[in-house]
Design a protein around this ligand. Structure first.
Ligand code: DC
Length: 221
């Protein structure tokens, strides 16, 4: 069983996926972190243009490792665990930019399928239900209005002690969503058979209840 959860930035995907994977005893596969890791590793090498043939050729040689540990995707670069550094604003921007590259997408799609080959995975991203796992029995498209998503992101930053300007954050989210939704390859959009869930005005327990009910309905023989 593979559960796909796609949606725009700040829709609450990470929190929901982590909780859902834990509740079901599934692996949590955060594919956005893989795009961020590629952006990070390319930057370390001084390469920024993913369309550059040199860049595409070097993808398999990047010192990145993707593996599952303690129920979740874990990423190392030259043996160093990558986590918070992948959330930096520059990497966030770069990840969205390099995600438009065909070479990067096919490299990561192959990895994502390999990592999910044992099943029992909650896969979070933009194209999980449409491209990477089109036959997944449970697909969800999670969204929320822009104000809700901006407020949630601002609260996350605040928790980390980082203060960000609301208007600037809103503009960044809007810009990234447009880039992710309008790109030619694997654009952000719901799969035709996905449950569309607008979480504006919903709290996390309400979202979880709805999703667990949906999973149970789909899992019935
Ligand atoms: O989910 P996230 O914010 O960590 O994702 C970072 C970027 O990676 C996002 O702007 C678009 C890209 N991405 C993608 O193109 N496809 C995915 N399956 C996941 C992320």
């Amino acid at each position: 069983m593979i559960i796909t959860i796609d949606g725009p930035a700040g829709a609450g995907k990470s929190t929901v996926c982590r909780l859902l994977a834990k509740a079901l005893g599934y692996v949590y596969l955060d594919t956005g972190a893989m795009y961020r890791a590629i952006a990070w590793a390319l930057k370390e090498k001084g390469l920024t243009c993913a369309e550059d043939p040199e860049c595409a050729a070097c993808l398999p040689t990047l010192p990145l490792r993707f593996f599952i540990a303690e129920g979740a995707l874990t990423i190392t670069c030259n043996g160093r665990f990558l986590d918070d550094e992948l959330r930096e604003p520059e990497i966030t921007r770069e990840a969205s930019r390099i995600s438009q590259s065909a070479a990067v997408r096919s490299f990561l799609t192959e990895w994502q399928r390999r990592l999910a080959s044992d099943g029992r995975v909650v896969a979070e991203g933009r194209d999980m239900g449409t491209v990477v796992f089109p036959h997944a029995p449970v697909k969800v498209f999670l969204t929320a209005d822009l104000a809700t998503r901006t407020q949630r992101r601002q609260a996350q930053y605040r928790e980390k002690g980082i203060s960000v300007d609301y208007a600037e954050l809103e503009a960044q989210i809007r810009e990234r969503d447009a880039a992710d939704a309008e790109r030619a390859l694997a654009p952000l959009r719901p799969a035709p058979d996905a449950l569309l869930l607008d979480t504006s005005g919903m709290d996390i327990s309400g979202v979880m209840e709805r999703l667990l009910r949906f999973v149970r309905e789909k899992d019935r023989p």
